[in-house]
Every structure is written in structure tokens, then in C-alpha cells.
Design a protein around this ligand. Sequence first.
Ligand code: 26V
Length: 818
Amino acid sequence: MNAMPHKIDDTRELHEDSLGESVLRHLIYSVGKDKAHADARDWNVALSLAVRDRMVEGWIDTTRRIYKNKQKRVYYLSMEFMIGRMLEDNLTNLGLLSEAKTFLKSQNLDVTTVINAEQDAALGNGGLGRLAACFMDSMATTGVAGMGYGIRYQHGIFRQAVEDGWQVEEPEDWLFAGNSWEFRRPEVVYEIGFGGHVTHDEDGKATWHPSESVQAVAFDMPIAGWEGDHVNTLRLWSARQSGMMNLDTFNDGDFMAAARQQVLAETISKVLYPGDHTPQGRELRLKQEVFFTSASLHDLLRRFFANYDNLDTLGDHVAVQLNDTHPAIAVPELIRILMDDHGYDFDHALKITRETLHYTNHTLLPEALEKWPRDLFEQILPRHLQIINMIDGAFYREAIEKGLDHHIIAGIQAIHPHQQDWVRMGNLAFIGSRKVNGVSALHTELMKQTVFHDLHTMYPDKIINQTNGVTPRRWLLECNPGLSDLVTEQIGDGWIDDLEQLKEIEPLATDADFQQRYMAVKAANKQRLADMVKTRTGVILNSDAIFDVQIKRIHEYKRQHMNILETIALYNAIKANPDGDWQPRVKIFAGKAAPSYFFAKLIIKLINDVAKVVNNDPDIGDKLKVVFLPNYNVSMAEILIPGADLSEQISTAGFEASGTGNMKFALNGALTIGTLDGANVEMLEHVDAENIFIFGMNADEVAERQHRRARPSEIIKTSPALQQVMTQIGDGTFSDGDTDRYRDFLSNVTEHDYFQVVPDFQSYWDMQRHLDALYGQSEKWAEKTILNTARMGWFSSDRTIRSYADQIWRAPHKTSGP
Ligand code: 26V
């Protein structure tokens, strides 16, 4: 499949060179090296530039088409884009992968080595950022006129090292060798103000006089959809000092003071906040949010004015999606621009804003709901604070009209009228948006019942569900070429942008020959995974074992600790009966803990402590291995997911908003052991109860137990296995006799256990043993594996994006299917 050649105007065909010729040209003229001296990175850069050249024509074409057709534009504002590597994605979408492979081979180069020479762009923490990256791919594939806006962090998520079993954070420097994909746009630059004061003229018109400002400079990356003809833009903002270095200071000889100013300004886009569900109410974070949101709004309005001369109809031509509350400052900022720069009155400005903005919620955890001290707001954003008060005033009148009482209204305004201490960004985003969505059916239901209960009563049509999805290009076609080829051989390649076609392999689930071929692919993927584990940790895996994988941010609600407790119990059971007929297992963990989240770091230490004991116990041998892979990232996921037999999705029910890793695993034929949480609920509906392994309490049962603060002690008393595990953790069995290390861990689990590890433990254990037995019946296992792949088509992010486009953005897109 070759990308269509594009023409710019009536000029000559620009790519008469073969891809290989372009690469050699770039190697010499862009990288400045000859073949004899080029290393893998040089080749990577030369190839990337050759591919980038071939994206540009489609990019310019797309831009012109959208402009000419006045297609409704969609802007995805996100603090995070967890992209990973781009080369294979772009080669694939442009249909250049096999040509590139052939060329690299002709130069005696190893394709994987060249592809892997690219640094991951890890400008995100976890699910929220990765979802934004999948959405960029799907907006391009479905022909949505979409543009992503974010921050060009100089340093993405920290690199995780493990020293003596503990997580150690190391600096990340993805840009050190440059970024082949980006275009610097020095002419696209906006002044972003902070601080200062507000004056009003005789007519009451306000003017904000910021006391400091920084510049936001644009960097663009082209995002090509499947088959390369629709190319959107990801625009990331970089902070720069306003104006030149202060010359007076410079002339005074105080060069250092001038340089200091520059450093301070550039701090804003220096580093990604590594908290995930754990906000640090830091001034710099607020400035980052304002910085990228304000620059993005100014930029999209400038583009709007190229087609229209009046902002009254903004919402007809533009839809803005706020990825969580991080860009929620867009609500007062857009109103401010409309009022102070364009002369709208407040009511009209609010109306236009509410026709344009939409807000996605990604978590119900109370500690993750952003709020800012009112005083900090006053200091940094005095005009925005005034506008928020006006919004609250208008909201109050609406609420009274709808018959809500004062007490309830106070709880859902942006600022509580009596306490006045916090600006609550969730409430602000809700009030200022046209639609508010959750990311799975269960999550959306719980939004209505809990955090947004009163706002939902007031606006019963505002909350809507949009179940997450994942891009089938990266998460099947590219990461699992073996399975992709097998599927394509059977049903053709229409599934790549119409994933529900995978249904057509359903009849093959019981076909012995197909089962054998599918499982041969799985075995090869397991081998690739085992090779990586050996390289990175030295642990040698038995590929007959169940590869049982839990990879995600480390968090109590995700319950990696329940998994490790079950691992210890299994270890004990094997030791008690070493000659038993045990199904061998490999427990693989990976994920980062927020640097300030001690308990999460302790879980990592416990996993590594258990690994050390188990992996070196001669009684155990190949029956059980435990591995913690350091520095989990997108590229590592691309190897882990295709090689997994079993996917751990075991969050406390009601706490995982959706999950997207769950979808990637099932699509690649791992069976899920999981709770009725997030999108697992909908996966159950799609793959059927016999093909997914659900255990434990549901969200209602969890809420009920948490509400009555039920203690775990009664349950522990009835479980000798669990008792033994707790005793061993306490007596130093896994900590070289150190009885102190896990004191906090034990009291957490045995006394409070907010995340319900103890009550769910037995059903988790039972389900694991059921899966052990099932794995022994290899045909049955293969059938379920195939049915998972066949029935996961609905979880394509193409479906999700079409649904946003229809139900939220009211924006055109290509329909799926032939
Ligand atoms: C919150 C905060 C709070 C302030 C500090 C930095 C920070 C960074 C990220 C977040 C948002 C965390 C929310 C999140 O990632 N939610 C995940 O979103 C996924 C995509 O919808 C979803 O699949 C996961 O279930 C959900 O946990």
C-alpha cells in the first residue's frame, strides 16, 4: 500500500527520489556525515527527515482543504501527550515501512536498531497523556480537522532507575539530540501575562496590566492518519523570555542577572509535573496551565479570523476539548478575550464560551480534583479571578431559578461563597462547558452520582459518556506484526481503519490450524519479551509459563500490592508442596511512582524484595519468577503487551475511570483478570463472560464497605494464607530480617485497607487458580484468546473519535468501512 503522491499546486512532483535516495541525501546534507561514519542515530535522523519530507505535502494539502471548505475545527487542549517514538508510526501510516526496511537491509543496517535510536517523546504521566496521543492518530485517520495543543517540555516524565529495589528518579532529556519531527515556528508567538492589576475606564471596560510576561513559541509536528492523506498538527508551546535580554542590566555588567531572567522565563516549559492523581498546588504548575491554554486560545482565534470576522458564531466553527481540568482556565480566559479585547458584554461572552468549550473528566479521586488557593489566583491572575466571580454570580442566578437551595449552590460554584479559600477547577470547567464527558459507562454513571451530582441535577443533559479507545495502528499493526499479518491473511487489511472487521476471525477461534498459528505468533512475542527481560534484568524466563503482566502507574487504587500479596501466597503454596503439579507463572510488573508518593515507592521495593527471594529459591525454579522492569514507557509497552498471556486490571471497583491498557492487551490476545471497573465492564459486554475473568466486589459493594469503614481484621482471621503472607512481610522474610521496612505497609493493609485488598483477596486468588487450570487446556485458552482479539474492535479510538465528533463537537469526519 503506497501513500498517494501529493502535489503542491501545479509544481513538479517533489519526490522523484526513492526513499533510499532521500535518506542518503539527508545523511549527507542534513546530518553531515558519510555512510562510513554514520551511527544508528544518524541513520534514524536521515530516515526520519526523508519521511517527514513526504508528510509535508499532505500536510499543506490538508491545511488548504480545511481552510477552503471551512471545515469545523476541533482543538484538543492537553497538558500531556504521551507519544513514544514516531518513526514507525509515520512509516506505517504513509505506507513506507517495507520500502524503508528493504533499504536499511541493503545498507546492512538492523531495522530495529535504527528505529530504536529515536528517544520516546514521553510528555505525559500515564493514561490521560497516552489517550491524547491515540486521539491525535485517530483524528487524522477519521479526517477530523483536529489540532492538538500542549507544552513542549524540555524534560518529559523522569527516567526511573531501580537501586537496591527502590525507585530513583533520574532526569530525562529527550531533546538532547534534537527532534526530527518538529518545525519551529518563530513567527507564531504570543505574549502571556501574569500578575499585575486591573483598571476600569468610565464605561466599565476592564484592562489587565500584567506585571510580567513570557512568550509562547510554537513548535509543530505533523500527524498523519492511516494512508497518509490527512495530516493534522500537534502544536506544542515553548516558553521564552519576553523581548531581548535586558540591555541596561547587560551594560551595567550584570550579565548574570540578565541571564537569570531568561532562565526564569524558560522554566515554564522546562519540565513535566510527574504527579499522577496527586496534585502539587504549585505556582509553576498554574503558570504552565495558563501559559499553554492562553497561547492556544489566541492561536485558534487568529486562525478563526482568517475565515470569519465576528466571534458570535465561534461555537459553530470551532470545538475545544479540555483534557481534564488542566486547561480549565480556558473558561475565564476566553471570556476575558471576548470582553476585554473584543468588546462583548459578559453574558454574551459566557454564552459563546459555553457553545465552544467541552470538558473531559478522567478521575473521580477527590485528591486529584484540581483546586487552587484563591490568593495565588489573585496574585497571578487578578482579571481571571474577577471573571470567575462573575461566572459564579451568573451561575447563582441560574441555580436559584432552577430551584436549588443556597447550601447546594455554594458547594458547586467555582469558589465557595463563604469559605472563599479555593478555586475549584472541576466546577469551573463544568459550568463553562457545553458538554462534559466521562471516559467509560461506569465512570460516567459515577460522575453523575458523586462528584458532579448537584451540577448534573441542574444540567441533566450536560454529562455524556465517551468510552475510551486505543489506536489499532500502534497497538496492533505496529507492535504485533506477527498477529497483524496472520489476521490480514485471513480477512484482508480493512481492519486497520475499521477495527470491527476483526469480528470476521471469530469463526476461526475453534479452527485447530488457526489456533496453532495464532499461538505460534504469541510464542514468538513471548520470546521477544523474554529477551528484553533478560537484557534488562538478567532474569531468564521459562516461556511455557503464563506471562502475567501488570503495567501502569503505581498507585494504591490500581492494587499492585494485591498482586504481590497473591504472588507471595503462591510462593508459599509451591514451597509447601514443591512436587505439586504447578502451572508455571511469570509475574511481570512495570510502572512509575510519583516521586512524592511514598507508599507507591514502597510497593516497588516490596515487589523487588519478593523477586529477590523467589527468583533465587532453588525449591521454586521455573515454577514462579517475579520481575520488575525499570523505566516503563510506551516503547516498552509495545513489547510487553503482545507477549502477555494474562492482563492484570485489578483496580478497586469504582476507581479506575476507564483504563486503556486493558484494551491493548485484550486486542493482542491476552486474557483479562479484572474487577468490574472502568472499561472492563464494557469489555465484558463485548467479549462475553466466558472470555474475561472478573472477580471481587463491584463499585456499589466497595462504596458500601468504605462507607461503613469495615475493618479487614475479621477477614484476615479467616484466611491462614493471607495471615502467613502478612507475618512474613512483617518478620523480615523478604527484607533480610528488617522488621521495620514494611511496618507502614502492613498497618495500611491490615488496619484501614481503603482500597479493599483484603476483602477481594480470596476471589482474586481463586480466579488465578482457575486460570492456571485453564492455561493447561491449551485449545480452550487459544479459543478465548482469539475471541478476545476478534471482539475488541469496538475499542478502537477511531470509534471514540467519531463519537466525540458526532455527539460533542458536531464536526464532520469520514465514515468507517468501504
Ligand atoms: C492529574 C494530575 C493532578 C495534578 C498533578 C498532575 C496531574 C497529572 C495528571 C492528572 C490526571 C490523572 C488522571 C488520569 O490520568 N486518568 C486516567 O485517564 C485515562 C484516560 O481517560 C483513564 O483510562 C484512566 O483510567 C485514568 O486513571
